[in-house]
Ligand binder design. Structure first.
Ligand code: SF4
Ligand code: SF4
Length: 155
């Protein structure tokens, strides 16, 4: 970085406020805050996500589903509502109400598979499938319970 850029760094706020043209990516003020909500969010954690007023800058208002090439499918019949997937999902894409797992927010799920890794049931209550897979067909072909090594030996 040149000395000229370092010096202009100190004046970034002023340049943007008075700018008649848009600034470049390397001229944006560092440490700027982008509000995720349209109002004071002090108590926003008490509101359900669908009741919150997200700003246009929030990722909640945009879908990322087009990135995904594999997706998790959820099997309600096996789930024990342990909430592991809800806790570990890095994109808050597990939908849970009153400690009951309800499904997946496919608008925001990125298909990372973390929820499947942390699901403790046997077989798992979440499994990854191709993005184009049919949900009903996936459920119909769900794996059966795996026997522990000891059970297999005694047979
Ligand atoms: S695949 Fe990843 S992003 Fe999608 S629900 Fe599971 S943990 Fe969340
Ligand atoms: S981790 Fe598995 S068993 Fe636990 S709530 Fe999620 S899907 Fe259900």
């Amino acid at each position: 970085m040149s000395l000229e850029n370092i010096l202009s760094n100190a004046q970034r706020g002023q340049r943007e406020l008075g700018a008649e043209k848009k600034v470049g990516w390397d001229e944006v003020t560092q440490g700027v805050v982008i509000n995720a909500f349209e109002y004071d969010a002090t108590n926003v954690s008490r509101e359900l996500s669908e009741d919150r007023k997200y700003s246009d800058f929030s990722s909640y208002t945009a879908t990322v589903a087009s990135w995904r090439i594999i997706k998790p499918i959820y099997n309600r019949d096996i789930c024990i509502d342990c909430q592991n997937c809800w806790v570990w999902c890095p994109d808050t894409s597990i939908i849970s109400r009153d400690k009951q797992m309800l499904g997946i927010d496919y608008d925001h799920c990125k298909g990372c598979g973390v929820c499947v890794e942390v699901c403790p049931t046997n077989p798992k209550s979440l499994l990854m499938f191709a993005e184009t897979a049919d949900g009903e067909e996936c459920l119909a072909g769900w794996p059966v319970k795996e026997k522990k090594a000891k059970e297999t030996e005694t047979e």
